[in-house]
Design a protein around this ligand. Structure first.
Ligand code: NDP
Length: 457
């Protein structure tokens, strides 16, 4: 049977673009269909603009310590300038994403694709039906907003990137990545910021000390926390939004932002027509090769319900192309994936938490806390925290957890060593670079505590 294309990708985000570019590089006749802007969540309304906004908000921290270095700073912030400059950079990246596919010979359709069978899609605007030997679904996810009265008055991260003006105050609902990153941004830019979370501590799943340390850092930044509380309803109150909480408190905020998770973008995609099975939460189950239950249909990235992280989507997309068009079957090893939260202080982690490692065998735990050098001349109290978890007696490094400046950069580099099964002794062999924060990781003398036979010693 002949097809219009060898490979048809739905979705021009990180995973889809990488897959399409690599497939085209290997000579596959490749098409990519994107209904919105090329670049996907990460480039258009996720990682990239978020990090730019975090940078903007971190000037506050520099201004705070500047007098201790002899500087007098009279700083003013202009939100529209930041938004305009962010938009310019995103437009540049968007063009680069499109050029990456087209430059390798792929074709981009600016349309919405709906599957009509295991090897075909219909372009909704154009009306054309396209056939392909393989179809890759890389449609990502979208913000999930709990179904509460007045929810339409709130915003999500989508809108937060393009607010006409900063609100005087904001209530952020949720305790995950997006909640703490945007709390960092808004508080740093002078907005009175409150996080309301149904749990008792932010960043569920991360090492306890990181969760506590981040909360302390955000409190120092002026963020208020309301725990073990949910939002019952939102109502318009003049220019503000009146929020009714589960503990009967009612309070007004300038804006309310939902950061309550993201769900797979699978609605109305025609997956049923192609016979593709879905998980109960709408995501697409795939095997380790990213193949769905239908042999010709693959899926990568957030739409699969695996970890919602851009670098994974990119690697999954690349490996699908590698497997299908370069005779080189590859799958992503998910056993050692680092993750970073670009809050202030920054959080990054890789490998096992102490609690997880302690269930696997005897371990040593090395912990250090210190004031980042840039803060030592000022009264700023935020501290860096590093925790290294190793197998007992100088064994394999099992986990690394860092809170503090450049945490993500440090963990990214340590990931190479950990991927090579580095031991504590390997870390120790490295000569320290001084004065750095990273030198702490190679100069730990004796464990802060240990676990033997499942008990903390
Ligand atoms: P998260 O899953 O990180 O956090 C969602 C938060 O919302 C949790 O605190 C959760 O509570 C809470 N929540 C979920 N549903 C409800 C509900 N119905 N009512 C009240 N609270 C609710 O999702 P985010 O939206 O922050 O981000 C989505 C994903 O995007 C992240 O998981 C991450 O994978 C990715 N991301 C990665 C970033 C990075 O790499 N730096 C940055 C931003 C996003 P509970 O903890 O109790 O479940």
């Amino acid at each position: 049977m002949s097809f219009d294309y060898d490979f048809l990708v739905i979705g021009g985000g990180s995973g889809g673009v990488r897959a399409a570019r690599m497939a085209a590089t290997y000579g596959a006749r490749t098409a990519l269909v994107e209904e919105y802007r090329m670049g996907g969540t990460c480039v258009i309304r996720g990682c990239v603009p978020k990090k730019l906004f975090v940078y903007a908000s971190r000037f506050t921290d520099l201004f705070e310590v500047a007098p201790s270095f002899g500087w007098t700073v009279n700083a003013e912030f202009d939100w529209p300038t930041l938004v305009a400059n962010k938009d310019r950079e995103i437009a540049r990246l968007e063009s680069a994403y499109a050029a990456g596919v087209e430059g390798k010979g792929g074709t981009i359709f600016r349309d919405r694709a709906v599957l009509t069978g295991p090897n075909s899609v219909r372009l909704l605007k154009d009306g054309r039906e396209l056939t392909a030997k393989y179809i890759l679904v890389a449609t990502g996810g979208q913000a999930h907003v709990p179904d509460i009265p007045g929810k339409e008055l709130g915003i999500t991260s989508n809108e937060a990137f393009d607010l006409k003006a900063l609100p005087h105050s904001i209530l952020i609902y949720g305790g995950g990545y997006i909640a703490v990153e945007f709390a960092t941004v808004f508080a740093g830019l002078g907005v009175a910021t409150t996080i309301v979370y149904r749990g008792d501590k932010i960043l569920r799943g991360f090492e306890e000390e990181l969760r506590e340390g981040l909360e302390a850092g955000l409190v120092e930044r002026g963020v208020k926390f309301i725990y073990e509380t949910t939002i019952r309803a939102l109502e318009k109150q003049g220019d503000d939004i009146s929020v009714s909480f589960s503990d009967e408190v009612v309070a007004p905020y300038g804006a309310v932002m939902f950061a309550t998770g993201r769900r797979a973008n699978t609605a109305g995609l025609g997956l049923e027509a192609a016979g593709v099975a879905l998980n109960p939460d709408g995501s697409i189950p795939v095997d380790k090769m990213s193949r769905t239950n239908v042999d010709s249909v693959y899926a990568v990235g957030d739409v699969t319900g695996r970890a919602q992280l851009t670098p994974l989507a990119i690697r999954e997309g690349w490996y699908v192309a590698e497997t299908l068009f370069n005779d080189n079957p590859q799958w992503v090893d998910l056993s050692l994936v680092g993750t970073a939260v670009f809050a202030e202080p920054e959080v990054a982690a890789i490998g096992l938490t102490e609690a997880e490692a302690a269930t696997h065998g005897d371990i040593d735990v090395y912990v250090t806390r210190f004031r980042p050098m840039i803060n030592t001349l000022s009264s700023k109290t935020t501290r860096t925290m590093m925790k290294l978890v190793t197998a007992a007696n100088g064994g394999k490094v099992l986990g690394l957890h860092i809170l503090g400046p450049d945490a993500a950069e440090l963990v990214q580099m340590a990931a190479i060593a950990m991927g090579m099964a580095a031991t504590k002794a390997d870390f120790d062999r490295a000569i320290a670079m001084h004065p750095t924060a990273a030198e702490e990781l190679v100069t730990f003398k004796s464990p802060s505590w240990t676990w033997r036979d499942g008990k903390k010693v």
